[in-house]
Design a protein around this ligand. Structure first.
Ligand code: GLA
Length: 411
């Protein structure tokens, strides 16, 4: 007969091996190894979605150079469907908005070398009152897969029917896994239950906040709609360094670059900060009619490179002094991305040091300005005069390597 000690030892061994072989840092679907990049209809169009809008946006994504800069997903948000499920219980695309269904739109988007995203909710209804997916997860996931959907944004509206957030969000995760199609799983739980503490093995990205609005700041409490760029930023500063990983990203909501009340400088600051946070870069403006200034912001490859790089942790706040802040993010090649942020009105001088941002001590540093696209050399001090609601953004390399490479380029 087995002694109690042996049974206990065997149980411990089983538990340890389970721990060793099932790391739960990220959803194991191989997707979103870098923060997803694309577009979503909600911020500019709300319920006014259609096949025409999606297809014209896919065209614009290609002709504007956004596809070449890395944008891939064209995502339909709420209101794409009819208010009632079909006879066999399936979701029915609104025939007025999508006369040939979602499959035809997916095929169009795929022919452009892009991917299609769709929206549903982990409750009885979507936020705009259309049928939600709770209780229909398998059927809906299978339907999305048959249509050729590549990305699901899964919202948090409607009656939860007595289920916990974990039950609701894992039910769709499992249904997507069984659908046979790789589908990026974007949790839109608004940060209600601190998803950065539990969502890594559930989804590829999770919203950390209430909905964004195209304003620099709103003075709203952080748990209430709508949130300005600065309120959202403040919430990100409090997130743990360990939360995001390749395959599992904090999502401070879709971009408002080029929208509403944001000035050019505010849009540049918003884009820079989201890149530093390894946020999904999901544009929310009308790509068909954007200005050159907005296009240049969204396609700034040096800033996008910061977003798409993983050097071990997302960007973090190094220091703050009332209305000025310094943010930094380690890059995988040993350089550091740095943002000097002026939150207030009127120009202000902001300074930090290379060492404060995590760079090793060195006699000189190469400082690359990611908006001016110019290089300079520093002996450790990083300083700029930054205008109203604006940033200076740099990538900095320590020592002779960076400065020598720079000199070689100039020759
Ligand atoms: C919620 C989400 C938004 C958007 C709308 C659609 O508010 O947070 O991003 O998807 O629903 O109704």
């Amino acid at each position: 007969m087995l002694s109690r000690r042996k049974i206990f030892a065997a149980a411990v061994a089983v538990m340890l091996s389970a721990l060793a072989f099932t790391p739960v840092y990220a959803l194991d679907n191989g997707l979103a190894r870098t923060p997803p990049m694309g577009w979503n209809s909600w911020n500019s169009f709300h319920c006014d979605v259609s096949a025409k809008l999606v297809e014209e946006t896919a065209d614009a994504m290609v002709t504007s150079g956004m596809k070449a800069a890395g944008y891939t997903y064209v995502n339909i948000d709420d209101c794409w469907l009819l208010k009632k499920r079909g006879r066999s219980g399936g979701l029915v695309p609104d025939p007025k908005k999508f006369p040939h269904g979602i499959k035809a739109v997916a095929a169009y988007v795929h022919r452009k070398g892009l991917k299609l995203g769709i929206y549903e909710s982990a409750g009885a209804t979507t936020c705009a009152g259309y049928p939600g997916s709770i209780g229909h997860e398998k059927q809906d996931a299978a339907q999305f897969a048959r249509w050729g959907v590549d990305y699901l944004k899964y919202d948090n509206c409607g009656d939860y029917q007595g289920e916990t957030y974990l039950q609701r969000y894992t039910a769709m995760r499992d249904a997507l896994a069984q659908s046979g199609r790789p589908i990026v799983y974007s949790l839109c739980e608004w940060g209600n239950k601190a998803p950065w503490t539990w969502a890594q093995p559930v989804g590829n990205l999770w919203r950390t906040t209430q909905d964004i609005t195209p304003r620099w700041e709103t003075d709203q409490p952080v748990d209430q709609y709508p949130q300005g760029i600065m309120e959202i930023l403040d919430q990100q500063a409090a997130l743990t360094a360990a939360a995001s990983h390749p395959g599992a990203w904090n999502d401070p909501d879709m971009l408002e670059v080029g929208n509403g009340y944001l000035t050019g400088d505010e849009s540049r600051a918003h884009f820079s900060l989201w890149a530093l946070l390894n946020a999904p870069l999901i544009a929310g403006n009308d790509l068909r009619s954007m200005s050159k200034e907005v296009r240049d912001i969204l396609t700034n490859r040096e800033v996008i490179a910061v977003d798409q790089d993983w050097g071990g942790r997302q960007g973090y706040r190094v220091s703050e002094d009332g209305n000025t802040q310094v943010w930094a993010k380690p890059m995988s090649d040993g350089s550091v991305a740095v943002i000097l942020l002026n939150r207030r009105r009127g120009p202000v001088s902001i300074a930090t040091t290379a060492q404060a941002t995590g760079l090793k001590p060195a006699g000189s540093y190469r400082v690359r300005d990611l908006w001016k696209h110019t290089d300079s050399v520093s002996h450790g001090r990083i300083e700029a005069t930054v205008g109203t609601h604006a940033v200076a953004m740099y990538r900095i390399w320590a020592g002779s390597k960076g400065t020598l490479e720079m000199a070689a380029k100039k020759e």
